[in-house]
Ligand binder design. Structure first.
Ligand SMILES: O=C(O)CCC(=O)C(=O)O
Length: 229
């Protein structure tokens, strides 16, 4: 069910980074940025090593096997076919389509609208716009996997639907999610994981999400003005 009139600011506050057990308070001390980016000049090496562990909660209970955690540790991603199927998949697709056809969501600061067709291309904060999608945030298949990877109770930093029709509309430039969260949201460390639910068929010709194996083991520093498009 879509909660179309949920005010976006009417939400319970989430645990902040500074409150997390493994984030010591710095008081007024200056802390060196472990992942400098958006630089004025090209650094000697554009890639920087990762300073945080990749899989931090191996010992925690959850849906991922040790072999899956190994794969995540090795490649920086894990692909789980058919995680969602049947009626559940149909109802999520229906919810996605209802959200996209809600005129009130066009040209909002939480949506990206295609300039030509005026169709919604991305919707942000969907765990607050939709109860159905919000429930996914606490679904053990996702939250449990996130807990095993980050080694901590997860919360949602950001959620979105990317509609990405094949052959039409704008694409997504190559980017690192962490680089964006670090530079734009102030996320200090790699203490987060992205989960993408692919709800429609993806082929190499209709705009699939493409990942670079082992890229999550480091970060690529960007020059100023060179952020994602
Ligand atoms: O779906 C895509 O191609 C890119 C999605 C993505 O990386 C993002 O929204 O940050």
């Amino acid at each position: 069910m879509t909660v179309s009139n949920t005010p976006l600011n009417n939400v319970t506050a989430h645990k902040q980074y500074s409150e997390m057990a493994d984030m010591p308070s710095t008081g007024n001390a200056k802390v060196a940025d472990g992942y400098p980016t958006r630089l004025a000049q090209a650094p000697k090496s554009l890639t920087q090593p990762r300073r945080d562990g990749v899989v931090k909660g191996r010992q925690l209970p959850g849906p991922l096997t040790q072999a899956q955690l190994d794969e995540f540790e090795r490649n920086g991603y894990l692909f789980i076919p058919n995680l969602i199927s049947g009626e559940e998949l149909e109802s999520l697709c229906q919810e996605m389509n209802e959200l996209m056809s809600n005129d009130a969501y066009r040209d909002q600061d939480f949506s990206v609208t295609e300039p030509q067709s005026h169709e919604i291309r991305s919707l942000f904060a969907v765990h607050k716009l939709s109860e159905r999608l919000g429930a996914l945030a606490t679904d053990e298949r996702l939250a449990g996997a996130a807990r095993q990877i980050i080694g901590d109770d997860p919360y949602v930093h950001q959620s979105r639907i990317n509609y990405k029709p094949g052959f039409a509309g704008k694409g997504f430039n190559w980017h690192s999610d962490f680089e964006t969260w670090h530079a734009e949201d102030g996320m200090p460390n790699m203490h987060a994981v992205s989960a993408s639910l692919i709800l429609t068929d993806n082929h190499e010709f209709n705009g699939p999400l493409m990942l670079i194996p082992r890229f999550a083991h480091g970060i690529c520093a960007l020059l100023r003005g060179n952020a994602r498009g």
